[in-house]
Design a protein around this ligand. Structure first.
Ligand code: NI
Length: 277
């Protein structure tokens, strides 16, 4: 018995390495989350960026609620089982008419997580039509080994190192994943994916939530994560606290500690000192 996905959707994920669209909330509920994000951005006078783009569920009570959203977790449970840790959550925002893009990559490249039973639920805060540069996937590439990537640090690349797959990717095979606000896609950590610039007149806002079962290990650092469903009898991760109030001192301290660990994993071997904008 599955909780949310159909048997055909589970089979599609196992076969292709991704599944979409999955509606987990109404457009109005998604709009409410977008309003919370944009109220914060207005207060700050800038789009959320740099370290604050990552592990946002440690900073904001509404983001903590999102990574625990019952329907998102039901879909994730159908793929990785009933014991679920949230490893991170990251905003991928392209402004209207924005040249920002995401090069072809496998998420597994720098994360240090093993084995590869890691999934990303990508929640659309805005409508994500084809013109806005939705994610695009190479079907069945989740069965590839880890392939070589080169770091470009290209200015408009939204990835941590601007990393891109070092061999040609056949664009003709790509499947675009347009979403409506309130829908998610789910993809496997080895799946080759990327996205083009936003040619639309609205922001393209997505929150990528990364989930792992407790048996997945972090090989690079002593890492932290947050149990969001079931139990963790293994203790491979230090437990992260839920925020009690948005951006209060305890939340900021917990976020700083967690992001520092993640930073050390993602940027090991480089001279970088904080996440790119
Ligand atoms: Ni990715």
């Amino acid at each position: 018995m599955t909780k949310l996905l159909t048997a055909a959707q589970v089979a599609a994920f196992r076969r292709d390495g991704f599944v979409f669209p999955i509606r987990v909330m109404s457009a109005a509920e998604a709009r409410g989350y977008r309003d919370r994000l944009e109220a914060h951005e207005r207060h700050e006078g800038a789009a959320i960026q740099s370290n604050r783009r990552h592990k946002v569920h440690l900073l904001f009570t509404w983001a903590n609620a999102l990574v625990r959203h019952p329907l998102i977790l039901d879909a994730v449970e159908d793929l990785i089982g009933p014991d679920i840790l949230c490893w991170t959550s990251t905003f991928f925002i392209k402004e209207a008419r924005d040249p920002a893009f995401v090069s072809w990559h496998q998420d597994s490249t720098y994360w240090g997580l093993d084995p590869c039973d890691v999934v990303t639920a990508w929640l659309a805060f805005s409508d994500v039509p084809l013109a806005s540069g939705p994610m695009k996937f190479i079907p069945v590439s989740h069965l590839w080994d880890q392939v070589a990537h080169r770091d470009t640090y290209a200015p408009n690349n939204l990835l941590s190192r601007g990393q891109e797959i070092a061999v040609a990717v056949d664009e003709a095979q790509a499947v675009a994943a347009p979403l409506a606000a309130g829908e998610i896609s789910i993809h496997h950590v080895r799946l080759a994916h990327g996205s083009a610039p936003n040619a639309s007149d609205d922001r393209r806002i997505g929150l990528a939530i990364r989930y792992i079962p407790p048996y997945v290990r972090q090989l690079k650092v002593r890492d932290s994560a947050m149990l969001v469903r079931g139990r963790d009898a293994l203790g491979h991760y230090d437990a992260e606290p839920e925020p009690v109030a948005d951006l209060d001192a305890a939340a900021l301290a917990a976020h700083a500690s967690a992001v520092d660990r993640q930073f050390k994993a993602l940027y090991s071997g480089t001279d970088k000192t904080e996440f790119r904008a």
